[in-house]
Design a protein around this ligand. Sequence first.
Ligand code: FES
Length: 212
Amino acid sequence: MRRYWHPVGYSSELTGTGQTKRVRILGEELVLARTGSGALLLVQERCPHRGASLLYGFVEGTNLRCAYHGWLYNQAGECIERPFESEKTNRIYKKMIKSYPTRECGGLIFAYLGPAADKPAFPNWDILIRQDGVRHFEVQDDLACNWLQIQENAVDVTHTYYLHSKYFERLGLNDGSGFGKSFKRFGFQRFDWGIDMSLLQRYCRRICQTSS
Ligand code: FES
């Protein structure tokens, strides 16, 4: 999972210089900050000095200063200033905190949390870079589970009839999804790297339509 770019936020969440946001991903507590240049900085949340949260840090230029005693960190995760420390100890500490590269594209903020040598090219998906339409985001609450669990559930096609349709019925809501049509049969479109979900969804829809 660390060999991929992951979405960690929306551009609209960090519109102004100095804004920060807590990010929990792949078991890590991180802080994302909009710096003065409009760039982004993604570092571990806890300052290694006394454990203060960098969520409350002050952005200075392209750096983030801890709000507790003022240690200053750059985008590479180096501590470049330690106020009130002796001259001898106040030198640049290489890679003192974890930091990760980010990329902003199509209104989303992505991060890469893997080894630098294995960093893949950024996926320029058409939905992110096309300019000939309207891009619409639906922001939902965080789900308290691993991303893979959501994908695994998507392959479990028969859950849609009861969970998405019958449950709506019980709530007295109108289900416009088409999931209320029962399955006569279902299958999977395999390819070299697993299952093609887009084909699977089209296939299921067709089955639903032909069974009606
Ligand atoms: S806890 Fe961050 S500088 Fe002291």
